[in-house]
Ligand binder design. Structure first.
Ligand code: CDP
Ligand code: MG
Length: 728
């Protein structure tokens, strides 16, 4: 241990008077080169014993100006006196980056290392936020990311024995609770962005409420956006609420006179107008999805470059959840410099999904464009379909969007809808995810946590009884729960996979069908966003041609396998990907996911194996394993030419993106999407007799609605009995 390390402070003894707030009064007289009075401050970093770098002081100066710094003493005192605390404040006030560091100040270095446990964790609903904010905080603390400060997200982490502060996704903390139900590794848990009410955060709230009763030494800090803080306060029996002052400057809000017919086109037009007519300052545009954002970035860049030197240069930066942290850094970069010495000022334009509403705060944004839409998950338990729709946002969301400006200077928010529509059409708030999701995986997790009575579990907003029943039913059909609702051996195994239980079941079955290597690849490919680059109109022909090279006529799952194999055969080469219109990042991510899943399979003693490629059962085995996971997502081709989903009898159509060269009688599908019609997407040809072979408990005809498929299945069953009798 370095002798120069600062004096020890035991947990929750607030550093009297000498917290950094008072030590680092900005001194315009400049007692030091950094403009701080650092005379009382150790020049040595107590976490790693190294002298502080210049960057540390530069960042510290900025940190002390964040609104949250004014409440540091109040916060530390309240943390000492209470088990649960609620912090509320607007985006950008410094909650995510500073609060965990304040908590760390109360922790003694030596005991932190001696007990070899993470002391402080901070959850994030988005993996990208967890990764990027941990890097930022490591810089602010002047330590190396992955050492004292780390992150852990699904299928990826960067931590060490020395880690004292970990940012992790809420889903990861929930998984930790499975192995360590009282979360002994943690002293202080910070639930950040609780207002977003992600599924995992909602479950964690209930779980932590139970843990806090049993562990009086554990502290919980819930961070929320101002408007929703009261609800958390009530949920935690009136825990104290600390409000961080937010926006300091006025924000002007503009509405359109008439409704816009095409929000995308309107958004791009507004960007260009602002760039032409408004004073310098970054623009933040909210759109709905990755592809739309990439297209918009492309169009904006093109339009601006067509305008020549009439306008300044622009830097257009996308922001969505599947970016890498490195790509994300661009949002914090300054705008481009003018092209010539007296040229027009450059501008940064960030085009983002609703992830920028709260998870990322970009200081130099002055203009926000809010077209009023977002992609939202909707689950209909009656037909077991979870889909993503582009739908109007809520008033709460619109408020968050306009709150993305006005922190460092005056701002303007352009709402691309009418004021009347804002008042009359937008619903007040976005429903929590738990009310809009398929909760099968959540139920599995809760069962694994030993919470059997789900009806009485203390959910902040309980899921609809129907959704709960559906989840129990699905898990029972998968064999994860027995008829009494208890976790089976298979259920225990499925809960080890951080994935939808259908995929888990498919992986478990794949060992028996001698194709687990292939199913691993397919599962990984299903876990990443679209691996094909979506073409603009001009490129469509070449993209289709490239796609045809990977096509497997029996279905999209097998096509995904072909893409993955081709990527590996071509040495994971980035330029090969772009030549073939394959998304390199998606493939790289899939490869990583595959590796992690393979590790889980090995740990669970599930055999990794393949059928010989020349064996004619090679693809049949894979298709059977797919069906073993997805036997509840099967559709039958009716004589009228459309498909009908099994048991639910929904009329569906094959999505035009499919690669089949025929219309199979039976298909399994991965998801339903509703656009002009209800489409089934990612489909593969399966056989009727496999249904009765692999899932006779589900295809039990006594409980089957009348349809053509029922008659066919009846015949298959009959034939099966006949063959059995013959062979006797
Ligand atoms: O959580 P909250 O929205 O209150 O604020 P924060 O995420 O802690 O951000 C505080 C400040 O750090 C803002 O001014 C951000 O722009 C800045 N920041 C940054 O420059 N780079 C990052 N990677 C993260 C935050
Ligand atoms: Mg935050």
């Amino acid at each position: 241990m370095d002798p120069k390390r600062k004096s020890k402070v035991s947990l929750f003894d607030v550093v009297d008077e000498a917290t950094f707030t008072t030590k680092l009064n900005i001194d315009d007289g400049g007692t030091t080169a950094h403009g701080f009075d650092c005379s009382n401050m150790s020049p040595v970093n107590r976490w790693n014993g190294c002298p502080y770098s210049q960057r540390y002081y530069d960042m510290l100066q900025k940190r002390t100006r964040l609104p949250v710094w004014h409440q540091k003493r109040e916060f530390l005192k309240a943390l000492k006196d209470n088990q649960v605390l609620i912090i509320a404040g607007e985006t950008g006030s410094g909650k995510t980056t500073q609060i965990p560091q304040f908590v760390l100040e109360t922790i003694d270095v030596e005991s932190a290392y001696k007990h070899k446990r993470f002391m402080v964790v901070c959850t994030q609903p988005h993996r990208l936020a967890a990764m990027s904010v941990s890097c930022r905080v490591a810089q602010e603390m002047d330590v190396t990311i992955g050492e004292e400060v780390g992150y852990s997200v699904r299928l990826d982490d960067l931590i060490s024995d020395k880690t004292v502060l970990m940012y992790l996704t809420d889903g990861m903390l929930l998984r930790e609770a499975i192995n360590d139900p009282l979360l002994w590794r943690y002293k202080v848990i910070i639930l950040d962005e609780a207002n977003e009410r992600s599924l995992a955060t909602d479950v964690l709230l209930g779980v932590l409420k139970g843990v806090l009763k049993k562990r009086h030494d554990l502290k919980l800090v819930v961070i929320s956006e101002t408007h929703k803080a009261k609800k958390f306060q009530n949920y935690f029996f009136g825990a104290p609420l600390i409000k961080v002052p937010g926006r300091l400057h006025p924000v002007e809000i503009f509405y359109t006179q008439e409704p816009e017919r095409d929000y995308l086109e309107a958004a791009i037009r507004t960007v260009v107008q602002i760039h032409m007519c408004e004073p310098p300052g970054g623009i933040l545009v909210f759109l709905t999805g990755e592809q739309e954002i990439e297209d918009a970035c492309h169009k904006i860049t093109k339009e601006v470059s067509n305008m020549g030197d009439e306008v300044g240069p622009v830097k257009v930066v996308p922001l969505y959840s599947t970016l890498t942290p490195l790509m994300l850094n661009k949002i914090y970069e300054p705008p481009p410099s003018p092209l010539t010495k007296d040229g027009l000022a450059g501008r940064k334009i960030v085009v983002s999904t609703n992830i920028a509403e709260t998870s990322f705060s970009i200081d130099d944004i002055v203009y926000v464009i809010d077209p009023g839409f977002a992609k939202q998950k909707v689950y209909n338990p009656r037909v077991r379909v979870e889909s993503s729709f582009v739908s109007p946002i809520s008033k709460a969301s619109a408020h968050l969007r306009s709150g993305c400006v006005g922190r460092t200077q005056r701002g303007k928010c352009f709402r691309l809808y009418t004021e009347k529509s804002f008042k009359n059409d937008l619903q007040p708030k976005t429903y929590p995810e738990i009310l809009r999701s398929n909760i099968a995986h959540t139920v599995l997790t809760l069962k694994k946590l030993g919470i059997d009575d789900l009806i009485h579990f203390d959910f902040m907003d309980p899921p609809a009884p129907e959704a709960l029943m559906r989840a129990l039913e699905v898990l029972n059909y998968l064999g994860a729960l027995d008829d009494n609702g208890n976790l089976t051996k298979l259920g225990e195994i499925l809960s080890e996979f951080p994935l939808d239980p259908h995929i888990g079941k498919m992986l478990v079955a794949s060992s028996k069908f001698n194709c687990s290597n292939e199913i691993l690849s397919i599962s990984a490919m299903l876990s990443v966003p679209n691996c094909f680059v979506q073409p603009g109109k001009a490129q469509k022909a070449s993209v289709d041609k490239a796609k045809a090279r990977f096509r497997h006529i029996d279905g999209d799952h097998l096509t995904l396998l072909n893409v993955y194999h081709a990527y590996k055969q071509n040495n994971e080469d980035e330029s090969w990907c772009s030549e073939n219109f394959v998304n390199y990042r998606a493939l790289k991510f899939a490869d990583n996911v595959r590796h992690q899943l393979a590790c889980i399979m090995i740990r669970l003693n599930l055999k990794l194996c393949s059928t010989d490629l020349n064996n004619r059962d090679y693809y049949t085995n894979i298709r059977k394993a797919l069906l073993a996971g997805y036997f509840m997502q099967v559709a039958h081709l009716e004589s009228k030419g459309h498909y009908l989903t099994m048991k639910d009898n929904l009329v569906v159509h094959l999505h035009p993106s499919n690669c089949l060269d025929h219309k199979p009688e039976w298909v399994i599908y991965n998801e339903c999407v509703l656009t002009s019609k209800l489409f089934i997407q990612t489909v593969t040809d399966v056989r009727g007799q496999w249904l009765v072979e692999i899932a006779p408990h589900y295809y039990d005809l006594d409980n089957f609605p009348q349809c053509e498929a029922k008659q066919l299945l009846k015949k298959i069953y009959k034939k099966k009995v006949e063959t059995r009798n013959k062979t006797r």
